[in-house]
Ligand binder design. Structure first.
Ligand code: AP5
Ligand code: MG
Length: 219
């Protein structure tokens, strides 16, 4: 199973993608998580990309493609993967096509999580994340069992650096300009599964599984 999750920042891609990846038994590969991991460890790559994430710009394709496609070559990705937040430009989509062609594999579906901009701002302004395992919470909608602590590993929750209002606005603009055109790119190829991302996480998940199963059966 090879799936792509796309949609505006804060739409709930990560929240849903983790459950879908676990259901299909494939790794959840999030380009944002890969980048935040490099920044946290202060690796040479992390130092190079920090300013892009801080300002809400995209990391250049040559860096992103190397990092993400490199990850797909790991043994645990042999049976498939779920890509969250990649591709985000036409160049990245073409690089993924080339990678799939060279390994004789194909995409099962591209899930597009659609949420309106006001709801996105509400979701991102209440987000808290676990710096250790990456799980995300929402102060009001998805609170942790113990305030300020990750349910899974007990680590103290933090606010993501790029969730400041001015950076959120820039991320939304970057999305509209560079990533939204990919909706048409995948729709033309018959791969797009557009899911209404409004409502509670459980409502979204139920809707998503139903649509995804239909799409996978048709494929
Ligand atoms: P990335 O980490 O991919 O961030 P993003 O796309 O901006 O998306 P988010 O992770 O913010 O949101 P999400 O859709 O995963 O929502 P979540 O589930 O957390 O990228 C970060 C940066 O890295 C980019 O800006 C760029 O610089 C760089 N980058 C990454 N990939 C790149 C690429 N391919 N090319 C170039 N640069 C790249 O949910 C959001 C909040 O809402 C949470 O608090 C959650 O608990 C809550 N929530 C979720 N679902 C619901 C619900 N149904 N109801 C209420 N609340 C909900
Ligand atoms: Mg995410």
């Amino acid at each position: 199973m090879r799936l792509v999750f796309m949609g505006p920042p804060g739409a709930g891609k990560g929240t849903q993608a983790k459950a879908v990846a676990a259901h299909f038994g494939v790794p959840h590969v999030s380009s944002g998580d890969i980048f935040r991991g490099e920044i946290e460890l202060k690796t040479p790559l992390g130092l190079k990309i920090r300013s892009y994430l801080d300002t809400g710009a995209l990391v250049p394709d040559e860096i992103t493609v190397g990092a993400v496609v490199g990850r797909l070559a790991s043994p645990d990705c042999g049976r498939g993967w779920l890509l969250d937040g990649f591709p985000r430009t036409e160049g990245q989509a073409r690089a993924l096509d080339a990678e799939l062609a060279s390994s004789g594999a194909r995409l099962g579906a591209v899930v597009y999580v659609d949420v309106d901009p006001e709801e996105i701002i509400r979701r991102m302004s209440g987000r808290r994340v676990c710096p250790k395992c990456g799980r995300s919470y929402h102060l009001r909608h998805i609170p942790p069992r113990v305030e300020g602590q990750c349910d899974a590993c007990g680590t103290g929750l933090i606010i993501r650096d790029d969730d400041k209002p001015q950076t959120v606005r820039q991320r939304l603009a970057t999305y509209q300009e560079q990533t939204a055109p990919l909706i048409g790119y995948y729709d033309q190829r018959g791969l797009l599964v557009k899911v209404d991302g409004s409502g509670t996480p459980d409502q979204v998940r139920a809707r998503l599984f139903e649509q995804l199963e239909d799409a996978v059966e048709r494929a």
